[in-house]
Design a protein around this ligand. Structure first.
Ligand SMILES: Nc1ncnc2c1ncn2[C@@H]1O[C@H](COP(=O)(O)OP(=O)(O)OP(=O)(O)O)[C@@H](O)[C@H]1O
Length: 250
């Protein structure tokens, strides 16, 4: 579904992402885990076509992402980040209608999805965005990312601002997405929550992919097999890659 091949990105002389390779298969939920400044958002921005890579390529459904193919390939994707930059003067519903129109997909089915999702995560669609709390704005962003039933979800720190009830609803929505054959790449600091929904975890430290393991492999190595402490796995990987500890880019 998504292939990232030999992807690199430099900001001036600083290498934020170094020759990254990983894939997300159809129906697979992949966690993208790394410390602050590891290069997660930069990688995701390249997948979304917001930043141009220096080298490498991104394939979606085996088709190379280029400026020309971006609009078509991004139709298959839904995106959620911590800051969705929603128009503050629109209501939640108007903001969602705006996004759906942009995709050319404002259908009765999408309208029904919006209503259903709003009930499930208790989102207020009638208030203006500027009057919503951060967590409640994030709920509108979550609906925007899945209302068109995308094949691939790309989520950068999606759950920041969610209370535990909405977090568990978020997990339920992702499970439903997966059950319908959907895929997802999710970066998160909330590692315990990612462990529950991921089939695989890609670890990035200092711009390099330092590990890529299925949850089954991680489970076999975990001291208590059912509970995988991704924080501990990440800590070990950072210790093993001390030269990868990041200096902030300029
Ligand atoms: N536009 C930019 N110009 C210069 N440096 C940048 C730019 N964007 C990101 N960087 C640098 O690239 C590195 C990777 O940043 P990135 O935001 O991808 O990390 P991250 O893993 O998403 O971190 P976090 O978990 O803190 O969000 C950081 O050192 C950051 O300072």
């Amino acid at each position: 579904m998504l292939e990232v091949k030999n992807l690199s990105k430099q900001f001036g002389r600083f290498e934020a992402v170094k020759n990254a390779n990983f894939a997300v298969d159809r129906g697979e939920i992949v966690g993208f885990v790394g410390p602050n400044g590891a290069g997660k958002s930069t990688t995701i921005d390249m997948i979304l076509g917001l930043t141009k890579p220096e080298t490498g390529e991104i394939l979606i459904n085996s088709e190379i992402l280029t400026q020309k193919s971006a609009a078509k390939l991004h139709q298959k994707m839904g995106f959620l980040s911590t800051d969705m930059n929603l128009d503050r003067n629109l209501t939640g519903y108007e903001a969602l209608a705006f996004f759906a129109h942009l995709r050319g997909d404002w259908t009765p089915e999408v309208k029904n999805n919006i209503k259903k999702l709003a009930v499930e995560i208790n989102a207020n669609l009638n208030k203006k965005i500027k009057k919503l709390s951060r967590g409640n704005r994030q709920k509108i962003g979550l609906i925007a990312s899945i209302m068109n039933a995308p094949e691939l979800l790309v989520m950068d720190e999606p759950t920041s601002g969610f209370d535990p009830i909405v977090q568990s609803e978020f997990i339920r929505l992702l499970k439903a997405h997966k059950a319908q054959g959907g895929s997802a790449l999710i970066s998160s600091h909330n590692l315990s929550e990612i462990a529950e929904i991921c089939d695989r975890v890609v670890f990035i430290v200092g711009g390099r992919i330092v590990d890529n393991q299925s949850m089954n492999e991680l489970r076999e190595k975990a001291p208590k097999r059912e509970i995988i402490d991704l924080d501990a796995v990440l800590e070990k990987l950072v210790d093993k890659n001390p030269d990868q500890r990041l200096e902030e880019g300029e």
